[in-house]
Write a protein that binds this ligand. Structure first.
Ligand code: ADP
Length: 270
């Protein structure tokens, strides 16, 4: 805590007014530190594929210059690395756009069931490739208040993670229900789950229990951070439950849409 003390002197030199302002420096320093860490982490994450790209360019210009087979192989790797950088930049931009809008509450009426159906359709090639069946369990439409594109990103991230990190050939369940003031969407997988010590940090940017495993799966480490920021801006919540060896459940709660007020009956003209 930093205290600023300012005093205005009276005629006799004694202070006639005193102002003490406290500023919570710990909070300010913490957020400065987080920002610096974030820039360092983002630079590091971008530099890794870039270094690999530069390495392959040098090899292609030098030792592998006339080796057609090596060239094909290296070009495929270079393409994958460039795609990785592109995904990372997309996620960084999405995150910063959402942060800019952090204090504006989105107000569209969004059917979360329709959003989930679209996401599951879009991810069906990935699910098929992994032999995963994604089931959608819902009774009817579930109307929430929010931003359709951002809520789509949330559901997409959670379902994609369940397919990627759950075990091949197992089921993923997306359950949606309206519960009181909120719409609840739960994504459950039956994969290896997450060790309890990682759970509290999972939504931090670039936090991954196993960085190389995440990279192998095409992850950027920003997916759950994005989910958290979108939900914060929506006045929603994220809960993560997991048991090692028994899978994981990610549950989001989004404020339900408020029904439009009934049109008041016209006052009878007298
Ligand atoms: P990534 O881009 O690495 O997927 P996320 O922020 O989406 O980044 O997730 C962070 C980490 O959380 C992942 O690297 C993975 O280790 C873990 N994780 C996320 N979802 C699951 C899941 N359904 N089962 C097991 N681990 C998961």
């Amino acid at each position: 805590i930093e205290a600023h003390v300012a005093s205005a002197g009276g005629a006799d030199g004694a202070p006639s007014a005193i102002v003490v302002a406290f500023r919570d420096l710990t909070e300010q320093r913490r957020s400065e530190r987080m920002r610096a860490d974030f820039v360092a982490n983002a630079s590091h994450e971008l530099r890794t594929p870039l270094a690999s790209l530069l390495g392959f360019v040098e090899t292609l210009q030098g030792p592998a210059k006339n080796d057609a087979a090596a060239r094909e192989k290296f070009l495929a790797i270079m393409r994958a690395q460039a795609n990785r950088m592109s995904r990372l930049i997309d996620d960084l931009l999405s995150l910063s756009r959402i942060e800019l809008k952090a204090h504006v509450r989105p107000r569209d009426v969004v059917d979360v069931v329709a959003v989930a159906r679209n996401v599951i359709d879009a991810l069906s090639p990935l699910a098929e490739e992994r032999g995963v069946e994604v089931a959608l369990l819902a009774d009817g439409p579930a109307l929430a208040t929010g931003d359709r594109d951002e809520l789509t990103r949330v559901v997409e991230n959670l379902v994609e993670n369940a397919i990627k990190y759950g075990d091949d050939g197992k089921r993923v369940e997306v359950t949606i229900a309206t519960a009181g003031e909120g719409v609840r969407l739960a994504v459950r997988d039956y994969g290896p789950g997450i060790a309890p010590e990682h759970l509290p940090r999972l939504t931090e940017r670039f936090y991954r229990p196993d960085v190389s495993h995440s990279r192998e799966k095409g992850g950027t480490g920003l997916g759950l951070a994005l989910v958290k920021h979108v939900l914060q801006r929506h006045g929603g919540q994220l809960a993560i439950e997991s048991e090692l060896g028994a899978g994981a459940t990610f549950t989001v709660t989004i404020p339900a849409a408020v029904p439009a007020p009934a049109t008041p009956a016209l006052a009878k003209a007298s």
